[in-house]
Design a protein around this ligand. Structure first.
Ligand SMILES: [Mn+2]
Length: 384
């Protein structure tokens, strides 16, 4: 607690003289950076008496994230519509300077950084930075400041925080710490369950269903690794969303999804190995050809093919090859995730009925009787 008070005081003094503050999320913001910014805005207004706005680069693509902003009325503005000269201070949330995944103008340093990713060299030059990679969610770290400032959470803020922790840590299952768990349970009584349900069951667009369909068809399985190459994605964080989903397929313990959005190649890696070092693995895969980073089990990155004088398709092919090399999968046979159904009369009917919902129970029994191969959770150490 003492420590939190001291941090709060140091944060406040880093903003001395500032009146208008811009809080920036990472590009294509996720619930953690949105909720973290929302909390911080409240702190700046209530405790420091400052004017604070929230900006984001890229776009908010995921249906749940759009619903979160709309239902909780999180006041966000697109970075490209902002005049950065109007702000005396910039604060980064869930991102850091020099990572290339935020709208911070080149050459400008923020006044403060709040993040839970590995610390970047430029961050050390920032007047106030609180970067603690041992937190499952950035929002947990920021909530400590509100607590120290004795600012309670109303139901909008609590719902935002709750949903952020829930999605970032997959209900405390993924890289969550006791701090995340404590906050999660503390704020639960304040959550607006109706709004939360509206967010979690946000309406899905047809575009989304189309990309799901394309992604499943494009997925190749190599051992317990799934690699998905998409020529085009409707929004950049679709790769993360798809990788999360494909990782849930039984027998899959690593998933990489890549896709092109406006000429840039985006990719995402997910692993079920809690010590998978996903961020580092992805950096090794990409090398100097792009940017990548992340946590133990989740990571993402981006390549700008035009800057390398290459086409997106060419870079995608290159990336798929690199993934095979770094993950030790060269020579491993790739099979489609969804096998095409053979059109053989007679056996056809049986196969269809096993897939259709009415005989799911029968299929489940069969599966139980004969467990699938390669379900032993751990990936081979040689891979990393
Ligand atoms: Mn985060």
């Amino acid at each position: 607690m003492r420590r939190a008070q001291r941090r709060l005081a140091r944060f406040q003094s880093a903003l001395t003289g500032a009146r208008r503050v811009l809080i920036l999320t990472h590009n294509h913001p996720d619930p953690d950076s949105l909720a973290g910014s929302f909390l911080l805005r409240r702190l700046l207004q209530k405790r420091f008496g400052l004017t604070a706005e929230i900006g984001y680069g890229g776009l908010i693509g995921r249906a749940e994230n759009r619903a979160m902003v709309a239902r909780l009325r999180i006041p966000v503005r697109r970075a490209r519509e902002l005049d950065f000269h109007r702000y005396d201070a910039i604060i980064l949330v869930d991102t850091q300077p020099g990572t290339g995944n935020n709208a911070l103008p080149p050459g400008r340093l923020p006044h403060a950084v709040f993040d839970h990713h590995p610390v970047q060299p430029l961050t050390r030059l920032v007047p106030f930075h609180d970067v603690r990679a041992d937190h499952g969610a950035a929002v947990t770290l920021i909530a400590e400041y509100l607590h120290a400032a004795e600012i309670g959470l109303d139901s909008r803020l609590a719902t935002a925080v709750f949903y952020a922790i829930r999605s970032e840590t997959m209900n405390l299952r993924r890289e969550a710490t006791t701090a995340d768990a404590r906050l999660f349970t503390q704020i639960f009584p304040l959550v607006d369950n109706r709004k939360l349900a509206d967010i979690e069951r946000a309406p899905l667009t047809r575009t989304y269903l189309v990309i799901l369909d394309k992604a499943f068809r494009a997925t190749r399985v190599l051992g317990d690794t799934a690699i998905t190459r998409l020529p085009e994605i409707p929004y950049p964080d679709a790769v993360a969303e798809l990788a999360d989903l494909i990782l849930r397929v039984s027998g899959i313990h690593q998933a990489v999804v890549m896709g092109v959005y406006r000429g840039q190649l985006y990719f995402s890696l997910r692993t079920s190995d809690p010590r998978g070092n996903a961020g580092r693995v992805l950096q090794r895969i990409v090398g100097a050809n792009g940017r990548a980073g992340g946590h133990e089990t989740m990571a993402g990155g981006r390549i700008h093919p035009a800057e390398l004088g290459r086409t997106p398709e060419g870079m995608e092919r290159w990336l798929a090859q690199r993934i095979r090399e770094v993950l030790g999968l060269t020579g491993v046979r790739a099979t489609p995730l969804l096998r095409r159904r053979r059109k053989v009369e007679g056996s056809r009917k049986k196969r269809i009925s096993a897939r259709d919902g009415s005989s799911l129970a029968a299929a489940a029994t069969r599966r139980r009787a004969k467990p699938a191969k390669g379900r032993n959770g751990r990936a081979k150490p040689s891979r990393r």
